[in-house]
Ligand binder design. Structure first.
Ligand code: ZN
Length: 242
């Protein structure tokens, strides 16, 4: 089985379409949350995801748009975007987001938007934090998003301690015996200084993963955000991937 793992699409339809065009034929899409929030096309991104065979979990921005999480902790621009998103969602799409589970386990994989310890909110940014989180899931591997930065965290093996790696484009890693927490990066708002959309391919037969980066029409998304009156800081950052 071949899978494409996407996360943090953030209503960026141009980026999502570019990622879908880039990927080879896959059996399923796995989406790690934050389908909406920040960007200009929440309903279209949900519809595009629904056209594919997929699994999806909730992110903090999905539930902010449905009122299931309190947006008072969001910064003012993120809050404004969450309120705008809530005003745009169709009733059907609001219900789809509302019903997303916060966590899922399928075969060797656990999915959590933030972390297995705190699926909606925790950011895994350091190997030490990833190491603590290894005891909060029982499968071999865990897939997370939320930081918008691609990463592989390897659990301890023998005398090797837990460690973290920043993968490069097209870097291949193996799904072996060592436990892993893997972040595919963000489709719609990358934050590692590379503005290209990020996602991950998994081949469950050959037991390999491959990180991908894809150029998309950033200016098209920026123009749509401006037209929607979304905050400057949210569309300006897309050009620099931050
Ligand atoms: Zn996000």
């Amino acid at each position: 089985m071949r899978v494409a793992v996407v996360s943090d699409i953030h209503s960026n339809l141009a980026a999502l379409r570019a990622v879908l065009s880039d990927m080879p034929a896959v059996d399923e899409l796995w989406c790690l949350g934050d389908i909406v929030g920040y960007g200009p096309d929440p309903n279209e991104c949900i519809a595009t995801l629904l056209e594919k065979k997929h699994l999806a979990i909730a992110g903090n921005h999905d539930w902010a748009a449905t009122g299931q999480v309190d947006v008072s902790d969001f910064n003012p621009d993120a809050r404004r975007a969450a309120e705008w998103t809530a005003s745009q969602l169709t009733d059907v799409n609001r219900e789809i987001l509302r019903r997303l589970p916060p966590e899922l386990s399928i075969g060797d994989f656990t999915f959590a938007h933030g972390s297995p310890r705190d699926p909606i909110w925790e950011y895994i940014l350091q190997p030490a934090q990833a190491s603590v989180n290894l005891s909060f899931f029982s499968t071999k591997y865990c897939l997370v998003g939320h930081t918008h930065v691609p990463a592989i965290y390897l659990g301890p093996a023998g005398k090797s301690p837990a460690t973290g790696v920043r993968p490069q484009t097209d870097e291949v890693f193996s799904l072996g015996e060592r436990r892993l927490i893997v972040n595919p990066g963000s489709v719609g708002q990358p934050r590692d200084g590379d503005p290209r959309a990020s996602y991950l391919l998994l081949d469950l037969e050959s037991k390999e993963g491959r990180f991908r980066r894809v150029e998309y029409d950033v200016e098209a998304t920026q123009r749509r955000m401006q037209a929607a009156g979304l905050p400057y800081s949210l569309w300006a950052r897309l050009a620099v991937g931050w």
